[in-house]
Structures are given as structure tokens and as C-alpha cells.
Write a new protein. Structure first.
Length: 76
């Protein structure tokens, strides 16, 4: 194997369409396996949860009337 392709030792007299099987030989050099990431990637949700409950000085009805504070629509 080289760069993911099978390399033969020499020409073979096989007709087109012949089915073949390729298996690694024991004890031969193999491509090293990729290591799994040490830690799962952080999602946006987890990142945002770090800031949950930390804002101060906000109106008590912000959750209910956020459109009012962002866009000026009438309060609910």
C-alpha cells in the first residue's frame, strides 16, 4: 500500500473485471491509526451555558419582553 493505493510487485495476467481480495499480512507495517481527540469538541450550547445567569442590571421582565427591548415592539 502507498498513499491508500494497492501496489503490485509485478504485472498480473488477469482479465478485466476479475474480482480480487486484498488482506493485510500479519507482521507487516501498517499505517498508524489516528488518535481520538483527547476531549470532545465543545458545542455552542456548552459555551453559552458558561455565561448563563451572570448578567447583571437587566430588566426583570427581559425574558418575556425581549422583543420590546431589542426592537421596540409593545410589551406583553
Amino acid at each position: 500500500m502507498k498513499d491508500g493505493h494497492v501496489q503490485l510487485d509485478g504485472p498480473l495476467d488477469l482479465p478485466d473485471g476479475t474480482a480480487v481480495s486484498v488482506q493485510p499480512l500479519p507482521g507487516k507495517r501498517r499505517r498508524p491509526r489516528r488518535k481520538a481527540p483527547a476531549q470532545a469538541p465543545t458545542t455552542w450550547g456548552r459555551t453559552l451555558l458558561r455565561y448563563a445567569g451572570r448578567a447583571t442590571g437587566l430588566p426583570a421582565d427581559l425574558a418575556r419582553n425581549h422583543d420590546h427591548y431589542l426592537y421596540g415592539v409593545p410589551k406583553k
